[in-house]
Ligand binder design. Structure first.
Ligand SMILES: *Cc1c(COP(=O)(O)O)cnc(C)c1O
Length: 361
């Protein structure tokens, strides 16, 4: 067996310990005599898996009692529609557009009502976070939406927007459990789990109870109502059982490591290794304004398309997989999520330094 360093933006690297536990429990979970994949979602064993996962997530994120935690399907993208269906009661919402994912979310919201673009960084290909301290917020907005970590562009919103009393909705897919967040600042948080938490398909929604309502937009299907899932503890229909089980193992792994504060320190250390090198390199440079740089997704370029391609190729051969940048930014991107070990980042930087020596005389 030879496992590579996988810098993919998603689906992404998972902790080896978690995969090994899953392997050891593949044929028989506990004393159930069966795999989690074969289990009824109404069984005591699966209820334990689901409710333990929820309790562990609540403890990791300090989720207050007046918020529901929902384990749903359809990835992050389905939330782009579910949010307006459930929250856009006045058919008007504000979107802060800082990259591909917030742009996609605002596009989807336009199906359901009026979308006000409150701020945008499109003028510089989403390479920075605009000032969000004094936005023009129309009175009738149902919510203000952000994508807090833009996976493609590698930016993070560090200072939340002043929403002037409106509900804040945040997509935390690519920064889920990577640093502490105060849940009280949000009406709704969601994350597709495939970036930092588990296998693709599962999405976790953390929503304040008073925002879960019956009088959602007309034609909202049963499956798309938060109330359906909240009333049934995420067991309305068959949930993505195996994916939830893996998320639960990742939560246990994080708790053992010391929780979100502990992983945040490790993430800061990992990102610093890469950014310090980029800042000192004569060949590679980062594409994001320094104060807005993500701890999770690190895009960089050489300035030459040919050299970029040569580097991606050489890195791939050396076992550094998926460092090719998104087509809209070009160059390279290293995603260094929670499960990427620090030696993976150290070795990548060493490889970049060697490549630089060969190419800069
Ligand atoms: C990947 C991603 C999504 C979409 O997730 P899917 O699981 O593909 O639906 C949404 N938002 C952000 C920030 C992402 O990185």
């Amino acid at each position: 067996m030879s496992r590579v360093y996988n810098f993919s933006a998603g689906p992404a690297v998972l902790p080896e310990e978690v995969l090994l536990t899953a392997q050891s429990e593949l044929l028989e979970y506990g004393t159930s005599g069966m795999s989690v994949m074969e289990m009824s979602h109404r069984s005591k064993d699966f209820e334990d898996i689901l409710f333990t996962a929820e309790a562990d997530l609540r403890s990791l994120m300090n989720i207050p009692d007046n918020y529901k935690v929902l384990f749903l399907q359809g990835g992050g993208f389905t939330q782009f529609a579910m949010i307006p269906m459930n929250l856009m009661i006045n058919k008007s919402a504000g979107y802060i557009v800082t990259g591909q994912w917030s742009k996609k979310a605002s596009g989807e919201a336009k199906i359901f009502g009026e979308v006000h673009e409150l701020a945008s960084s499109a003028d510089k290909n989403f390479s920075y976070i605009p000032d969000l301290s004094d936005l023009n917020i129309p009175d009738n907005l149902d919510y203000v939406y952000i994508c807090q970590n833009e996976t493609v562009h590698g930016t993070t919103i560090r200072k939340l927007p002043n929403t002037k009393g409106k509900i804040l909705v945040s997509d935390i897919s690519s920064m889920f459990l990577s640093e502490p967040l105060d849940v009280n600042n949000y009406g709704l948080l969601f994350g597709g789990v495939q970036k930092n938490v588990g296998p693709a398909g599962v999405v976790i929604v953390i929503v304040r109870e008073d925002l879960i309502r019956d009088d959602v937009l007309p034609f909202t299907p049963t499956m798309m109502k938060y109330k359906t899932h909240a009333d049934n503890k995420s067991l309305f229909n068959t949930p993505p059982c195996y994916g939830i089980y893996i998320c639960g193992l990742v939560f246990k792994w994080l708790l053992k490591l010391g929780g979100v504060d502990a992983i945040h320190k490790i993430n800061q250390a990992k990102a610093k290794i890469l950014y310090d090198y980029l800042d000192s390199s004569k060949l590679f440079h980062g594409t994001v304004r320094a104060q807005d740089r993500s701890l999770m997704n690190v895009p960089f370029v050489t300035g030459s398309k040919e050299l970029d391609a040569e580097f991606v190729n050489a890195a791939d051969k050396a076992g550094f997989k998926n460092v090719k940048g998104h087509r809209s930014v070009g160059g390279m991107r290293a995603s260094i999520y929670n499960a990427m070990p620090i030696e993976g980042v150290n070795k990548l930087v060493q490889f970049m330094a060697d490549f630089e020596k060969e190419h800069v005389k």
